[in-house]
Design a protein around this ligand. Structure first.
Ligand code: IPM
Ligand code: MN
Length: 355
């Protein structure tokens, strides 16, 4: 019997559905080439549903998401919905409730893609950020005092637990070891100022390092990390960091790898249900124009297959993307690819089928 994977799909807002359609086209091609199948359940979640019904993420939907083997997300974000509502209500809630404690962001410059970094090429920009995804400044801990008065106080606390830091750090060491490149793991923190949070992180990091003698350890403050990412990105293999720093440095990472058209990420629960996404957002102005770049979504699909255990298929998709970037696409920017969204999907699917 052919192996079948149950995938929950959240096409979402704006150009989300368009890039998800191409991602699924390529996933199906990979399934037929590598001998498995995927069944999809669509969930109507996002700004449109919220506007129509007032519902953000009903508990019944959340329960269904928990019963899938993986989730494939397009984009959440709507110009008519106030910032924070959908992000907190959908994206962050899913991360917390499904305990997706890792946010994995590859920063890889493919040949044929332009980077804003002068004199840097694909051999220099190839690292992965392991971002803690359920703690830090993202827990919603804090509050106001005397809100709206001249004496107003706002507190937003960074929550760091030994368990939370340790499971993230262990994942990062495992990942660094299995990635088998320089086998170097850099802790990105701020031990000179955040002397509680990053004291915990640093102690945990060096304790856990004892279990991974083949992995070289390194430390950089977050501000210096930003500097090195621009000046000497080749120094990095894997970076592990907390939620907020990870959020910031991964957008910088997306820019040096060529932009949002190519950057993907995974919200991972290694023992549970993980969610894979292009990180570019809903790009409303391109909606329905067949102009948006689906490569980030296609690469998110590749990452999903890797985590489902279909490594050759994941590799087949990545090779297809590499070939298209080398031979076919003029740019990774929306509207400048020299091809339409659907045509890019068709092309990669054909490459995967012929691989
Ligand atoms: C990301 C995004 C989210 C985050 C937002 C949309 C809540 O920027 O996935 O990096 O801050 O984590
Ligand atoms: Mn972000």
């Amino acid at each position: 019997m052919v192996k079948e994977y149950r995938i929950g799909v959240i096409p979402g807002d704006g150009t989300g559905p368009e890039v998800v359609a191409e991602g699924i086209k390529v996933l199906n091609a990979a399934g037929s080439r590598y001998g498995f199948s995927l069944s999809y359940t669509n969930y109507d979640i996002g700004g449109e549903r919220y506007k129509r019904t007032g519902e953000i993420l009903p508990n019944s939907v959340l329960d269904e998401l928990k019963s899938q083997q993986a989730l494939f997300l397009g984009a959440i974000g709507h110009p008519d919905v106030a910032p924070g509502i959908l992000e907190k209500g959908i994206l962050l809630r899913t991360r917390f409730e499904l305990d997706q404690y890792i946010n994995l962001r590859p920063v890889k410059l493919y040949a044929g893609v332009e980077t804003p970094l002068k004199n840097k090429g694909p051999e220099d920009i190839d690292f992965v950020v392991v971002r803690e995804n359920t703690e830090g400044l993202y827990t919603g801990s804090g509050g106001f005092l005397k809100k709206g008065t001249a004496d107003e106080v706002a507190v937003q606390e960074s929550i760091n637990t030994r368990k939370g830091a340790e499971r993230c750090i262990r994942f990062a060491f495992d990942y660094t070891r299995s990635r088998n490149k320089a086998k170097k793991l850099t802790l990105c923190g701020k031990t000179n100022v955040l002397t509680y949070a990053f004291d915990l992180w640093e102690r945990t990091f060096y304790e856990v390092a004892g279990d991974y003698p083949t992995v070289q350890t390194d430390y950089a403050h977050v501000d210096a990390t930003c500097m090195w990412m621009v000046k000497n990105p080749e120094w990095f293999d894997v970076i592990v960091t907390d939620n907020m720093f990870g959020d910031i440095i991964t957008d910088l990472g997306a820019m040096i790898q060529g932009g949002m058209g190519i950057a993907c990420g995974g919200n991972i629960n290694p023992q549970g249900v993980s969610m894979f996404e292009p990180i570019g957002g809903s790009a409303p102005k391109y909606t329905g124009k067949n102009m948006i770049n689906p490569l980030a979504a296609i690469l998110a699909g590749s990452m999903m297959l890797e985590f489902l255990g279909e490594k050759p298929a994941a590799q087949g998709i990545e090779s297809g993307v590499e070939r298209a970037l080398r031979d076919n696409l003029k740019s990774v920017e929306a509207g400048r690819m020299g091809m339409g969204t659907k045509e890019v999907g068709d092309l990669i699917a054909a490459y995967v089928l012929g691989s």
